[in-house]
Design a protein around this ligand. Structure first.
Ligand code: ZN
Length: 104
C-alpha cells in the first residue's frame, strides 16, 4: 500500500515542512536533517526510496523527541526508526509516495 508523504508533518502543535534537497549528504554530512527552529525536515533526494523512507522516520523521531521532551539520543532515535521501519515497511508493506513533497 502506498501512503502519500505530506509536504507538512504536524507533530504536537508544530507543522514541519518536508523537503527533498540534492547533495545534502555532500554539503551537510547527513542524509537527513531536522531544524527545530525553522521547523523543517530536509532529506537528500539522491537516497533510494527505501532509505529515504527510513531517513524520514529517523527525522520524525527527532521531532517527537523534542516536541514530547523524550530526550532521545541519536542511537535511540535510530533504534526506534529502525523498529518502526520494520513494522511499517516489512510487516504492513507500506511504501511512501513522495509526489507531494517539494524538491528544492
Ligand atoms: Zn539523527
Amino acid at each position: 500500500m502506498k501512503v502519500k508523504v505530506p509536504k507538512e508533518i504536524k507533530i504536537g502543535v508544530y507543522p514541519y515542512t518536508v523537503e527533498l534537497v540534492p547533495n545534502l549528504k555532500l554539503n551537510k554530512g547527513n542524509w537527513g536533517t531536522t531544524n527545530h527552529t525553522e521547523k523543517t525536515i530536509v532529506l537528500d533526494s539522491a537516497l533510494p526510496s527505501v532509505e529515504l523512507a527510513q531517513t524520514l522516520l529517523h527525522e520524525v523521531f527527532h521531532v517527537v523527541s523534542v516536541v514530547f521532551m523524550c530526550g532521545l539520543d541519536e542511537d535511540n532515535v535510530e533504534r526506534l526508526a529502525n523498529g518502526m521501519g520494520e513494522f511499517l515497511f516489512d510487516n504492513l508493506n507500506i511504501e511512501f509516495d513522495w509526489s507531494s513533497v517539494q524538491e528544492k
